[in-house]
Design a protein around this ligand. Sequence first.
Ligand code: ATP
Length: 234
Amino acid sequence: MLELDGIHVYYGNIAAVKGLSLTVHPGEIVTLIGSNGAGKSTTLRAISGLLPLRHGSIRFQGEDLGGAPDHEVVRRGIAHSPEGRRIFPRMTVDENLDMGAFLRKDEEEIARDREMVLDLFPRLRERIGQKAGTMSGGEQQMLAVGRALMAKPKLLLLDEPSMGLAPVLVDVIFETITRIREQGTTVLLVEQNALAALEIADRAYVLESGALKLHGPASELAEDEEIVNAYLGG
Ligand code: ATP
């Protein structure tokens, strides 16, 4: 479904991703793990057209995505829930969800997906008229994921969805990701919380300093002593 072939991504003169190749198959949850600064968020930004590739290629459903602007990437079926609280703070929860569907015209299905999102995140239903910027960090995080789902993506890019969440909400968010996949959306997940990510993922890629260190079935990596020591806190 998604194929990255030897991508290099720079910020000015600084190489953040150096020759990364990876594949995501339809229906999978794939996780990208690695320490701070390894290039995980940069990889997601390159896929969603927010950063240009210096070398290499990205193919989605057999078509080259190379250089496509972000709205074109959304149109082709990829939605990105970025790191942090990149919601529209002055808009209500409802208006933020509407923004997620901005390229769609299928009003009935949009209404159905809105219900689906509000079922996944009952907290958002309770706060539907609240200005998003006044919600808690965890609530904003849920809104960012919900807004990405409103694009009805085939592939959902999730950047640190558990960041800053209380432990009980971390469980909720990982359960929700599993349910999102059950509903037919493929997921590429970047997580600091590597152990939880490996528990729900099918396969994992470990990045180090912008390059691939190793990859394999998530269950195998979770038992790999080197990985456990380096990324899962021993
Ligand atoms: P983290 O888990 O800490 O979010 P990450 O694996 O997502 O890390 P990236 O955010 O992709 O890492 O960063 C990769 C490298 O690119 C880092 O060295 C970082 O300092 C650098 N970098 C990221 N964003 C920018 C930017 N806007 N300008 C310059 N350098 C950047």
